[in-house]
Design a protein around this ligand. Structure first.
Ligand code: CP
Ligand code: NVA
Length: 310
């Protein structure tokens, strides 16, 4: 795709509704015709910088590159000079001389922006405190597969107002899906990001709402979504958060406010008995493993669009 080639993938807010639709369609095609793409990124390398733990992101990107005929390098920041204070700028410039794209998972979104500013190859955000755009693409793909549409649906996010919630707001804004975010007081989404998403939503008609009432958010929802209460880097707040979030568990009582045919999503890793009851995440309406699988397909589409000019 000509408008996507060579760009960074830091947040869905940087992409037009059309471009996101193109990526989703490409993901579906790649998913259904895996063999056709076996050499699509032949000879290409992806550098994957991880400052934090990961199961899905690491494996799906690495396997995705292999399936596209390319190669991925797992670069733990603990083993890299960046972890010993080498400037982000130098890391960006040097890696750009070796690899065709850089994927990074780090706490600060500003670090990813700095890396992208100096890198001469595409930089992909694989989770920051600000956004989780690759996750949101997999989420859209999963919702589309289960509901046959995106526009006009209602997604309810119940939990911490951070990275995943921000990316769901951006995703909804771009595809015309309504998003209601319910957080405890003091754990609301970043208001600057909320305003940016609202502005983007005027283009598609999506309604974006924030509330401190989980029932209000879940009312008539097609999709119920939650995430861990103590994100990476916030483990020391675990005990306090268990208290603050106690009324925000997704369980059958809360889910009874949603549409009968709601699906349940969670980016994983999940904590049964905390943000979600076992009978919801392990129940018939849970699509969490489809969602995890779709990380692979969505990211192959992203890699292909950013790295391949054909
Ligand atoms: N959902 C997600 O990003 O999972 P990992 O932390 O395992 O990569
Ligand atoms: N909000 C979570 C997402 C993990 C994929 C975190 O930041 O740890």
């Amino acid at each position: 795709n000509k408008t996507i080639f060579g760009r960074d993938f830091l947040t869905l807010l940087d992409y037009s509704p059309n471009e996101i639709e193109t990526l989703l369609k490409s993901a579906l095609t790649i998913k259904q015709n895996k063999a056709d793409y076996a050499e699509a990124l032949k000879g290409k390398s992806l550098g994957m910088i991880f400052e934090n733990a990961s199961t899905r992101t690491r494996v799906s990107f690495e396997v995705g590159m292999t399936q596209l005929g390319g190669h991925a390098l797992f670069l733990s920041s603990r083993d890299m000079q960046i972890g010993r204070g080498e400037p982000v700028k130098d890391t960006a410039n040097v890696l750009s001389r070796y690899v065709d794209a850089i994927m990074i998972r780090t706490n600060s979104h500003e670090v990813v922006e700095e890396l992208a500013e100096h890198a001469t190859v595409p930089v992909i955000n694989a989770l920051t405190d600000g956004y989780h755009p690759c996750q949101a693409m997999a989420d859209l793909l999963t919702i589309y597969e289960h509901k046959n549409t995106l526009k006009g649906l209602k997604l309810a996010y119940v939990g911490d107002g951070n990275n995943v919630a921000h990316s769901l707001l951006a995703a909804g804004a771009k595809v015309g899906m309504d998003v209601s975010i319910a957080t405890p007081e003091g754990y609301e989404v970043n208001q600057e990001i909320f305003e940016k998403a609202k502005k983007a939503a005027t283009e598609t008609g999506a309604t974006l709402v924030q509330t401190n009432d989980p029932k209000e958010a879940v009312k008539d929802a097609d999709v119920i979504y939650t995430d861990v209460w103590a994100s990476m880097g916030y483990e020391q707040e675990q005990e306090e958060r268990l208290k603050q979030f106690s009324q925000f568990q997704v369980n059958t009582q809360l889910a009874s406010f949603a549409k009968d045919d709601f699906i349940f999503l969670h980016c994983l890793p999940a904590h049964r008995g905390e943000e979600v009851a076992a009978d919801i995440i392990d129940g018939k309406q849970s699509a969490v493993y489809d969602q995890a699988e779709n990380r692979l397909h969505a990211q192959k589409a992203i890699l292909l669009a950013l790295v391949s000019n054909s």
